[in-house]
Write a protein that binds this ligand. Structure first.
Ligand SMILES: NC(=O)c1ccc[n+]([C@@H]2O[C@H](COP(=O)([O-])OP(=O)(O)OC[C@H]3O[C@@H](n4cnc5c(N)ncnc54)[C@H](OP(=O)(O)O)[C@@H]3O)[C@@H](O)[C@H]2O)c1
Length: 337
């Protein structure tokens, strides 16, 4: 018998129906070390078979290479998938001089590049990846709304904005989805963004729901040997004493996993799904993987329901995490709250 297909949920009031779990495609091109391309392509096929239809990319992943990598899959399954991409991080002057760009001229130029690399006429969900507070939000969201009017984009999303920013943007043009980091290790979004999204009917798309892999237990040894092409070697939570302290925090995750015959990754995914439901939010976590077996494992977490005692055991973890979620937090929503 074929594996069951996951349920669907709508992104925002008028957005697309997508599987309740999406797929983060970033690691297929950059940031987490070498990729086996054929396994990554097989992962995309497996995702679609299981009803995982929201594919997440951004123009900066691999400097456009991730969008290009996805293009053949998107072409082959255009009507079955929802392709989401993002603009706002300008790497053209080199990574030492990355800039956040929200000005309308940049937005109009960025969308053309993403359309070309993805090989599509229209982007299903177009996110502002980071916010530049120097540009009035209404100006940027107004420019994004014009892309919808021009038929280049179907729905709008924001990433790493505060609750107040989400409200302001939504008043300019309906926002279908807010994508921000949310996991057992990263709960700062619960301060304002989560409540605002619930109130406005904006879906939440938790990124790095596995804590960039840390929550799977794969980084149990302090100083885990990460290659120079793995940017986690610069992430405060993955390095030195922080890594050891954070690995110790996973004890209840492993205990629950063992008791349930599940994996730590599945417990982490079930947690974020249920945490969103508590807030009455439509939620579509986008765990990133390049391996079909992990895709199947992650999808199976949609059927895991943690009980009150298990949730209580997981509750204290985030407050005890050592290290910020980025080496430089200045462009995150947390910096503006
Ligand atoms: N909006 C933003 O600013 C932003 C920032 C970061 C990421 N994102 C998006 O969010 C997506 C997901 O986040 P993420 O990739 O950073 O982190 P994540 O989903 O928390 O973790 C991904 C890592 O976990 C590993 N993994 C996945 N499933 C696993 C399993 N079942 N068992 C063991 N290891 C597993 C992956 O390795 P393998 O790939 O080798 O399986 C990868 O190293 C990205 O792909 C990207 O699309 C958005």
């Amino acid at each position: 018998m074929a594996d069951p297909v996951i349920d669907q949920v709508r992104l925002g009031a008028q957005g697309p129906l997508v599987g309740v779990q999406g797929l983060g495609c970033m690691g297929m091109s950059e940031f987490y070390g070498a990729t086996d391309e054929s396994a990554a392509r097989e992962t995309l096929d497996t995702a679609l078979e299981r009803g995982v239809t929201l594919l997440d990319t951004a123009d900066i992943y691999g400097r456009g290479a991730n969008e290009e990598f996805l293009a053949p899959f998107v072409a082959a399954h255009r009507d079955e998938i929802t392709i989401a991409t993002k603009f706002a991080v300008d790497r053209s002057a080199g990574d030492e001089r990355r800039m956040v760009r929200n000005d309308p001229a940049y937005i109009r130029q960025a969308v053309e590049g993403s359309l070309r690399r993805l090989g599509v006429d229209v982007i299903d969900l177009y996110y502002m990846h980071r916010r530049d507070p120097a540009v009035p939000l209404a100006e940027s969201v107004g420019a994004m709304g014009e892309l919808v009017e021009r038929g280049l984009v179907r729905h709008l999303g924001l990433s790493e904005v505060t609750g107040a920013e989400l409200r302001e943007a939504h008043a300019v043009h309906p926002i279908a989805a807010l994508q921000s980091e949310w996991s057992l290790f990263s709960r700062d979004v619960e301060r304002s963004a989560v409540g605002a999204a619930a109130e406005l009917g904006v879906a939440f798309v938790p990124y790095s729901p596995l804590g960039r892999g840390f929550l799977t237990g794969a980084f149990a040894d302090a100083g885990t040997d990460l290659g120079t092409d793995d940017f986690r070697r610069y992430q405060p939570r993955f390095t030195g004493e922080n890594a050891a302290a954070n690995a110790a925090l996973l004890k209840p995750v492993h205990e629950i996993a063992a008791a349930r015959g599940a994996t730590a990754a599945q417990v982490a995914l079930a947690w974020v799904q249920q945490r969103a439901e508590v807030h009455g939010l439509a939620v579509v976590p986008i765990p990133g993987t390049r391996k079909p077996s992990r895709l199947r494992e992650n999808v199976a977490a949609t059927g895991l329901h943690l009980d009150a005692e298990e949730l209580a055991a997981l509750e204290p973890i985030a407050d005890r995490v050592a290290g910020d979620r980025y080496p430089d937090m200045s462009t995150t929503s947390a910096a503006r709250e």
